[in-house]
Ligand binder design. Structure first.
Ligand code: NDP
Length: 296
């Protein structure tokens, strides 16, 4: 068997096209232009690239993009003051503070300071609480992207067995919650799980969010299962030349693709969906703040 590839890049393009259509409807019918503010502190090169992509894609959908680059020695008080100003700015509907933050700043304090209605990353306790209790909050972008891809590939997920490997607040836990809400029977595995291969083997859906290169092997996968690989790991690639590297996921892709029914590649799977969902969350936040429906 060879798995069919879930093309996250193509699907993200579709999601972004939907966002662009909603943005133009909000402008035309209601005179509202959604605005996303991205704040980056310091010069982490990976974050810089990611933020550049976000800013470009935000503008491409017709939204207003506000971009703040603060120096690495910014104090916690100054960042909190920036967040407060964005909370109060009616042109800003979504706020994202790029993590990680420099050591002198308490990330939890900053996340807690963001207005939950503008928290398009979905990390505020109000939003995680709403997710846990079946309420209508803003959902973290990476797990939301995984869910959309699963529903697109499989339709109704009711009754399927899902295993989420990883229990972080930003990926594993919200992913498990979303799958539970979609009526899956969910197992959350982590570093203390006793029989990880056995847990994975029982699952119709495997979501890998571990951060360990190619840890999940092909013979752990149930034949025909759907595999979503969230992991992004850079490893040495001597075959490409000295000092060269390449990106791999948490799943041993070549092996798993001979067993799974469907699988996401790395890169080109979950990654592109994360920014697309951030844009989607910004439209959702805008509509709720203005009590609007772009389709109405
Ligand atoms: P964290 O490091 O916060 O969490 C990793 C989780 O994996 C933990 O719950 C940990 O368990 C578990 N784990 C670690 N080792 C093992 C093991 N040997 N067996 C079973 N479980 C294990 O990572 P994140 O959730 O932030 O990210 C996970 C991966 O996803 C990373 O590669 C990251 O780069 C990628 N990522 C990709 C995104 C995208 O847009 N595609 C967005 C966000 C993340 P325990 O809790 O017991 O320590």
């Amino acid at each position: 068997m060879t798995a069919s590839i879930i093309d996250g890049k193509a699907f993200a393009e579709k999601v972004r096209a939907g966002v662009a259509a909603d943005v133009s409807a909000l402008k035309a019918k209601h005179g509202v232009t959604p605005g996303l503010a991205v704040v980056i502190v310091g010069e982490d090169p990976a974050s810089q690239v990611y933020v550049k992509n976000k800013v470009k894609q935000t503008a491409d959908t017709g939204m207003n993009s506000f971009h703040f680059e603060l120096p690495a020695d910014t104090s916690e008080a100054d960042l909190l003051a920036r967040v407060e100003a964005l909370n109060a700015d009616p042109a800003v509907n979504g706020i994202l503070v790029q993590l990680p933050l420099p050591k002198q700043i308490d990330e939890a304090k900053v996340i807690a300071a963001i207005d939950p209605a503008k928290d398009v990353d979905g990390f505020h306790v109000v939003n995680s609480g709403l997710l846990a209790t079946g309420g209508r909050g803003l959902v973290p972008c990476t797990p939301l992207g995984c869910l959309l891809m699963l529903q697109d590939a499989l339709g109704d997920l009711s009754g399927l067995k899902a295993v989420v490997v990883g229990r972080s607040n930003i990926v594993g836990k919200p992913m498990a919650q979303l799958l539970l809400d979609a009526n899956c029977t969910v197992t959350i595995a982590h570093s203390r799980t006793k029989d990880l291969p056995g847990e994975v083997k029982a699952a119709d859906i495997v979501v890998a969010a571990v951060g360990r290169p190619e840890m999940i092997k092909g013979d752990w996968i149930k034949p025909g299962a759907t595999v979503i690989d969230v992991g992004i790991n850079r490893i040495a690639a001597p075959e490409k030349g000295e000092g060269k590297t390449r990106l791999v996921g948490d799943v041993a892709y070549d092996e798993a693709a001979t067993v799974a029914g469907r699988i996401t590649p790395v890169p080109g799977g979950v990654g592109p969906m994360t920014i697309a969902c951030l844009l989607r969350n910004t439209v959702t936040a805008t509509c709720r703040q203005h009590r609007l429906d772009p389709k109405a």
